[in-house]
Design a protein around this ligand. Structure first.
Ligand SMILES: [Zn+2]
Length: 380
C-alpha cells in the first residue's frame, strides 16, 4: 500500500495471511510462482528468528465450483474436496512447507455472516433485493490500496446491480433460494457469503485483530484486497488493520496472464512431469517476486541446466543432520540481499558462486551453502 519497503524485523511474532486458490480445478504455475514467493518469505523470517503464524485460506464456496458441480452432476463438496486434496499434494511436491494452517472458508460461514450483520447494524452495509452490499462511501478512503482516485472509482462497477448506492459497493452476502445447493442458514438470512468477506472471517477468527502481512498475486489488489481491507477497518475500527500488503507479479503466457478462465494454463502437475520442484523454484526465484514475466519451456530448460551447478556442489558437500553455522562474506552478502525485499535473483547468484567455490574444494563453505539452500527452500 505504501509502495515502498517497510521494516518488518522489529517484533518476534509475525502473523501472515496469503490468499489460497479457489478449488475448482488443478492449480497452475501462476499459483506456484506466488506460493513459492511467500514460502521463501516465511523461510527467511524463520531464518531471522521470527515465530510465524502463516494462514492460507482455501476458497471452497464459490460459483465456479457450484457451476462445475452442476455440469458434472456431482455434489459440490465432492469437487471442492478433490481439488483441495490435489492442491495439498501440489504444495507438498513443490516443497511449499511453511503454511501453519489452511482454512477452508466453508468452515467460516457463521463467522462471515456475523461480520455482515455487524456491518448492517452499524449502517456500513445495506440490503438490496435480499443481497447485502458494503457501502464504500462509509469506508476509510476506499481506493487507498489500489491507489485509485474517487473519480476513477466512480466509473467502476463491481457486482453490478440496479439500485446500489455506489458503483464499487461490493457483495457481502448473496441470498440464495432454499432449494439450491450452497445455501447456509445464517443471522443475515439464507444464502452464502461474498468472496471478500470470507477472507475477513478467517483473519478475524485466526488473528483476533490487526496482523502483519497480507499477500497474494497482484491481480487480487482490486477489488478483492481493497474490499477486504475496507471491511476489516470498518468492522474493527483499527486503521491500519493490516500492516503490510505484499503482492507478486503475474506469470504470463504470451501477452496475457496465465489463468483458468483464459484457458492458457500449465498445471503444476504438467510442469512436474518435465522438471523437478527445485528446478521450477530456481527458475521463478531468478526473477524478483514483484515482477511479471512470461512462462516458456525453453527458459525453464535453461534454468534446469544452471541448477545443475548447485546439484553438483550438493554432491560434494555432505549434508549433516545439523547443517551448522553459516558465516563469512558470502553469507553476509546473501543476508543483505534477502533482507532487502527478497532480492532472490542476486541471492541465487551468490549461491551459484558458493557452489563454484565448493567445486573448487572449499569445505569451509559447506555450512553456508546448506543454509542458503534451506533458506530458499530447495530440497536437493
Ligand atoms: Zn483472498
Amino acid at each position: 500500500m505504501s509502495r515502498s519497503k517497510v521494516e518488518i524485523l522489529d517484533s518476534d511474532d509475525f502473523k501472515m495471511f496469503v490468499c489460497g486458490p479457489t478449488v475448482q480445478d488443478n492449480v497452475h504455475l501462476g499459483h506456484a510462482k506466488t506460493y513459492i514467493a511467500f514460502d521463501v518469505l516465511a523461510r527467511w523470517l524463520l531464518k531471522r528468528g521470527k515465530q510465524i503464524f502463516f494462514v492460507m485460506n482455501i476458497t471452497d464456496v464459490d460459483d465456479k465450483i457450484f457451476d462445475r458441480a452442476k455440469q458434472e452432476g456431482t455434489p459440490y463438496m465432492q469437487i471442492a474436496d478433490k481439488f483441495f486434496n490435489a492442491f495439498m499434494e501440489d504444495l507438498d511436491a513443490l516443497n511449499i512447507a511453511t503454511v501453519s494452517k489452511f482454512d477452508r472458508v466453508s468452515n467460516f460461514i457463521d463467522e462471515s455472516a456475523s461480520l455482515v450483520k455487524q456491518l448492517l447494524d452499524s449502517g456500513k452495509a445495506y440490503r438490496l433485493d435480499g443481497n447485502v452490499y458494503f457501502d464504500t462511501s462509509k469506508a476509510v478512503d476506499y481506493g487507498k490500496l489500489s491507489h485509485q482516485s474517487q473519480i476513477s472509482l466512480k466509473l467502476k462497477q463491481i457486482d453490478a446491480a440496479p439500485g446500489k448506492r455506489n458503483g464499487v459497493d461490493f457483495l457481502l452476502w448473496r441470498s440464495v433460494p432454499e432449494e439450491n445447493e450452497g445455501v447456509w442458514h445464517s443471522v443475515v438470512g439464507n444464502g452464502r457469503p461474498g468472496w471478500h468477506i470470507e477472507d475477513s472471517a478467517v483473519a478475524f477468527s485466526e488473528f483476533g485483530g490487526p496482523y502483519d502481512l497480507h499477500g497474494g498475486a497482484s491481480e487480487l489488489i482490486f477489488p478483492h484486497h481493497e474490499s477486504e481491507l475496507a471491511q476489516d477497518e470498518a468492522i474493527s475500527g483499527e486503521v491500519p488493520f493490516v500492516k503490510i500488503w505484499m503482492h507478486t507479479g503475474l506469470l504470463l503466457k504470451g501477452e496475457e496472464k496465465m489463468s483458468k478462465s483464459l484457458g492458457n494454463v500449465v498445471t503444476i502437475r504438467q510442469a512436474l512431469s518435465k522438471f523437478t520442484a527445485d528446478e521450477i523454484r530456481f527458475h521463478f526465484l531468478k526473477r524478483h517476486y514483484r515482477e511479471s514475466f512470461e512462462y516458456d519451456q525453453k527458459s525453464l530448460e535453461h534454468s534446469k541446466d544452471e541448477f545443475r551447478q548447485v546439484i553438483n556442489a550438493a554432491n560434494l558437500a555432505p549434508r549433516d543432520s545439523k547443517i551448522g553455522h553459516a558465516s563469512g562474506k558470502e553469507w553476509e552478502e546473501f543476508c543483505l540481499q534477502m533482507d532487502d525485499d527478497l532480492r532472490t535473483p542476486e541471492a541465487l547468484s551468490t549461491l551459484l558462486r558458493v557452489s563454484k567455490s565448493i567445486r573448487e574444494d572449499k569445505p569451509e563453505l559447506h555450512a553456508t551453502f546448506w543454509n542458503m539452500v534451506e533458506s530458499l527452500g530447495f530440497r536437493l
